[in-house]
Design a binder for this molecule. Structure first.
Ligand code: NAP
Ligand code: F7E
Length: 321
């Protein structure tokens, strides 16, 4: 019989790639969606007939518990969250409710309705924040720098706690930034690739950014969803850092993206302080050696390849818009 997977956040970047990946592995794929007044199935429209959707919300314990009871999943991927760092200062309470307490609610749903299901929690390199060592690995102490990072630290530890308290197969994947042509337009990579494409097409004059000096370990989302799956295929539950081991500045990102369309980024990038953050994470770079060794996982797509994929996809979309 096919294994059953339940994905919260299936309409998001990672959820949509994970759903496609699990379908290729022969899984029966279920996803949770929340009610919206307009449809937001853009990222899953190509697989909509192959998956089963269930209404639910991280704020609503009953909907989560009943969904897990009904689906009886073998694997649960908890990807739903308020995931934009900047918004977490404007909506700190909501970010705490979704991104922190939402994890406990999902864990409770699994504990009560399908305790032997394997549980994946989408943790984040933002937990390292003001980094205490470089590169960052599983044992690096956390020092979050935003309400989002703080909420993710809670989500990480409650996952570890349910594993230790109730003997659940619950793991935390500490994923560094991962991007794609499906990334939300508010995140810096997509904001830049989208702008480069539009400027090249004469549809936009410039792009305004905040801090060009911060550095991130950027990988390709399609490669990262495989790591999530691999974590749940192990005999013993454990936590893993997933990243490329390389880091680039926002300025280098701009150069790389504008190079794809043959333009000099310096002519089009302006600084606007409104995009600077109250507290910045200056530098993130992963040490993914544990994942390399135990999971046999390695990133397949380079930073340059990924930015090229994103710019070309934005060019195509914008040319036809
Ligand atoms: P994303 O594109 O922003 O997707 C977030 C998903 O969560 C969407 O499907 C969204 O649904 C859903 N969601 C938000 N609030 C919800 C609620 N109250 N109830 C139910 N669903 C809700 O994020 P992503 O980039 O795919 O990231 C997936 C997960 O990995 C997130 O937990 C994120 O924090 C974490 N993460 C991401 C990265 C990264 O670089 N991408 C790195 C580390 C960790 P709607 O479509 O209805 O809004
Ligand atoms: O910012 C700088 C900004 O919003 C990256 C989420 O997926 O990864 C993501 O969080 C950097 C920061 O991602 C702009 O100050 C400059 O230093 O693309 P971002 P993030 O905050 O790193 C982690 C791992 C997650 O878990 C999160 O869910 O870029 N930056 N100028 C800018 N950032 C944005 N968004 N917009 C600008 O104009």
């Amino acid at each position: 019989m096919a294994k059953k997977a339940l994905i919260t956040g299936i309409t998001g970047q990672d959820g949509s790639f994970l759903a496609e990946f699990l379908l290729t592995k022969g899984y029966e794929v279920h996803g949770m969606t929340r009610r919206t007044s307009t449809m937001n199935f853009e990222r899953i429209k190509n697989i909509i007939d192959e998956i089963e959707l269930h209404p639910g919300d991280l704020l609503d314990q009953h909907s989560l518990t009943m969904m897990v009871k009904e689906v009886q999943p073998d694997e649960v991927y908890n990807l739903a969250a308020q995931s934009f760092v900047e918004t977490s200062w404007k909506q700190p309470v909501l970010t705490g409710e979704f991104t922190a307490m939402g994890v406990t609610k999902m864990l409770e749903a699994v504990r009560l309705s399908k305790p032997d299901a394997k549980f994946y929690q989408a943790s984040s390199s933002e937990m390292f924040g003001k980094v205490q060592e470089t590169p960052q690995k599983e044992t690096t102490p956390f020092y979050p720098r935003s309400p989002y990072g703080v909420a993710k630290v809670y989500g990480h530890w409650i996952t570890v706690n349910y594993r230790e308290s109730f003997d659940m197969f619950a793991v935390s994947g500490i994923l560094f930034n991962h991007e794609s042509e499906r990334r939300g337009l508010e995140f810096v990579t997509r904001k830049v690739t989208h702008a480069a494409a539009r400027i090249k097409l004469g549809k936009q004059d410039f792009v305004e950014l905040g801090n060009l000096d911060s550095k991130r370990d950027w990988g390709y989302a399609k490669d990262y969803v495989e790591a999530m799956w691999l974590m749940l295929q192990q005999d013993k539950p454990d936590d893993f850092v997933i990243g490329t081991g390389q880091t680039w500045s926002v300025e280098h990102l701009c150069k790389t993206a504008f190079d794809v369309v043959g333009l000099n980024y310096k002519d089009y990038v302006k600084i606007n302080d409104k995009f600077k953050r109250p507290a910045e994470v200056d530098l993130l770079v992963a040490d993914p050696s544990k994942a390399n060794k135990v999971l046999g996982w390695k990133p397949k797509t380079s930073f340059e390849q990924m930015i090229e994929i994103m710019v070309k996809s934005d060019m195509e979309r914008e040319a036809n818009a």
